[in-house]
Design a protein around this ligand. Sequence first.
Ligand code: HEM
Length: 469
Amino acid sequence: MKLEKKDIQGLMVRGHGNLKSARFLLYNCTDPATSCDFLKEIVPLITNAEEKPEKEAIQIAFTYEGLSFLQLPPPLLNSFCREFKEGMTADQRRAVLGDIGDNDPDHWDWGQDSIHFLLMVYAKDQEQLDKSMLRIKEQTDRCGIELIHTLPTGLLQHQKEHFGFRDDISRPVIRELLNETPPENITTFPAGEFIMGYKNLYDEYAPAPHVPFELDTKGILPVHPDFPERKDLGKNGSYLVFRQMHQNVHSFWQYMKEQTGEKGEAIKLASKMVGRWPDGSPLATCPMAPDPELSESNDFGYWDDDQAGLKCPLGAHIRRTNPRDHLVTETSKKDSSEMAAKHQLLRKGRPYGPPVTPELDPQNIMDSGDDDQERGLHFICMVTDIRRQFEFVQNNWVSFHKFGGLENDADPIIGNHFNNGHYKTDEFSVPNYPIRKKYSNLPNFTLIKGGAYFFFPGIKALQYIANHE
Ligand code: HEM
């Protein structure tokens, strides 16, 4: 089925990387009617996937609390999935996400208290961003909408994140976006894994919120593909998972130096934790040293050549978050690949805060002291099934201390590392011959500072939300 790009918000198909300045704004509404007036004004300004704006892009997403505040009809509200309705900080969700101890939402800067919607403003430069912000401020002030938090962002050099590793290399390719048949070595995914209203890997329409026919009085929404007596609010939308993750760059490199005593070895250990070298080249294909030719390489697996994790450790960040064709719980390459395919995330995050050094070369990052600056990653991903995709990855692969047959390891980069007396998650194992090497007492290199689950509607769905009665 062809994608209805004009009805899909642009961020689904691009990261707006040409729009270098961006800010994420978290708002609360004070009055449902004036908030809908604001939405009516903003809907025509929302960037769709057909456009490739050169100056400014605006995207919008709502929490369940926000949609309830806007007084959407109860049958519609009920039709959202449980995880979205409960919200990221509900007790059940914290347990699944492993948001305990240092990462308990009680310590977060935002996400624990009410948030109604998120506006993502991207601009070509700071001047344009300031202009856009002024315009939006005038509109929100006039409509009684309160700005709760402003989250700045800042793209870093060489596509890096703050620890100094190249990011944003591996991303699932949506089949329906390709104009021609892809080469055999490229794995593609049906749109329904990320965009509602299309078939997913189970050959079913992704679960989506819907509304009884008679409650779409203005006839804005399409008919739901599975329930002809209902209208589809999900069509061309998605769920947007947002986690603000602080990165402790100093403690990260301090740990690597302490464990190895030498800069080159420190970089090797950090690369083993990530699964790629700082330049992006994958350990699975160049385990001994980075290969600049492979810095964007994404055409590799683990089954044929690295089942033991001698090249890329089993617990490395990229191997946990996307085990590709090798899972120790599966008996074949095919089963592993099918399993991994069902838990893909379409990542759209942006770093925030000043880099420790502008070019983010680990050799130099290691020389700088602790400047105590707030920096990290606004981790964002789109999924049509929060439980099967994001929460599964976070729970079963990132946090599980026995992932891949390991014992006391969580994801070395983003895992919540602790020792609670019953079990611990603060080790990192590097398979080696004849014996593996274990690193202990890993501190938390990242810390959750805020987060929420959002609904990222299609344009017609937005019109419905703005105009519902
Ligand atoms: C501060 C937090 C984080 C940092 C610094 C970070 C860093 C990285 C880096 C350097 C890569 C390699 C680049 C690439 O393959 O595209 C990567 C890949 C990836 N990360 Fe993260 N990440 C963070 C948070 C997360 C979270 C919270 C998740 C999901 C729960 C996640 C899921 C992934 C996935 C799915 C990949 C691609 C793996 C692959 O396909 O091989 N990351 N990350």
